[in-house]
Ligand binder design. Sequence first.
Ligand SMILES: *Cc1c(COP(=O)(O)O)cnc(C)c1O
Length: 488
Amino acid sequence: MEEKRLPEESLDPADWDQFATLAHKALDQAITFVRTARERPVWQEVPDDVREALRSPVPLKGEALDHVYREFEELILPYPTGNTHPRFFGWVHGTGMATGIVAELLAAAMNANCGGRDHGAIYVEKVVLDWCKSLFDFPAEASGLIVSGTAMANLIAATVARNATDLTGIRADGLASRHTRMTAYASTEIHECVVKSMEILGLGRDSLRRIPVDANFQMDLEALGQAIAKDRTDNYKPFLVVGTAGTVNTGAIDDLDALASLCAKEQLWFHIDGAFGALAILDAELRSRLKGIERADSLAFDFHKWMHIPYDAGCVLVRRGDLHRAAFSTRPDYLRRQARGLGGGGNWPTEYGPELSRSFRALKIWFALKVHGIEKFGRLIAQNCAQARYLADAVDGTANLERLAPVSLNIVCFRYKPGNVGLSSALDTLNEAIVADLQETGIAAPSTTRIHNQLAIRVNITNHRTRREDLDLLLRAVLAAGARQLVK
Ligand SMILES: *Cc1c(COP(=O)(O)O)cnc(C)c1O
């Protein structure tokens, strides 16, 4: 019996011209959104009715693109994180950039799968990685991968470091074949994602020894040496030291050169989490503070933070490309390398990380670096550091404000401390309320952290739109919110 032949369909628009009109409107709106960032509140809470409206059953039948687009305009676009705004100072978020709109649009059109094979996108990623190797003075035989962010980059680097201790054994047998427990070292200021990496790798979070920091929040090297020696005596196997270039709390930079020497002497893998701080090498003056970064066995950093590439984009570099590949490469039959054709192209990106299919992240980085040039990024980083010093001076010169940590790069931690509130827990509550007030009124978005067990208003400036007037406004708003809280 012959099967009834249904009309064949595709996902292409029925009317391309109509689609083009709407797409152009979307592009215009995207540009306006970025262009008018300053005119909006930094953040506003998603109202209950909007949240409710977003919850909907699975759409079984399609509806017109312009209907869906209108829904986006009403329910989604007005509620961004806020990091495109000049007074977004929370966590460590990049600002994004207009160039990103073009690059993301074109990447979506090409729809490249960057797991491997031989096509243009692969060569774009290669050249971006070559630029990174050259910026950080890594050798030509180093390898790299563009990833979702530093959390993934740290995990990949830790995997390479772990596997490099016993290449075949760990990949085949897991940790069951090991009788000695492997230990790693980082300061108490380490980002939590490194701890998570230890858990994911099956090494356990307690295998990451947390080394105390000094008054500048840098890892105490003597304590590190002692911890390694003690673990060796106790029959552990130390394998990895993670230094930080730009800690998340205060922006502190560990003594990378000294850590590199210590790791060379102790024969340990030296990884650097440089999520945002690593890019300070782009400024001639800040560069000296990162001396030793070129000696790392591996380095993780983000493009989406201090380089403002639209989310997401991070990078891992590994000095020994052979060890990097040995940690991840498998070539099953369906991915066999071919001498010719689309299946060629040498080593594939998928051989350097856990993911097979990967988006064309490299394109937005390539566009941004070519359009703006490295020197401009260096100037913008220096500009943010100068703004942080300006803010710190203003905090120091203002009654009722107290700075809680030295300013190393671009992060200022302080609190509102009126003379009549002495109780530490009351100050914590007060400052927490101030930050929530600033966020909810949409004036500014700093975040909070704890410094020496005191709640701090944390202002991180990785923002190319921030001007000094924004920092003046922030301090006025903190004082006003503080005063308002006190009369409540
Ligand atoms: C942001 C950050 C991370 C995590 O990076 P993601 O890009 O968010 O994955 C790790 N370490 C430090 C120091 C960071 O600031």
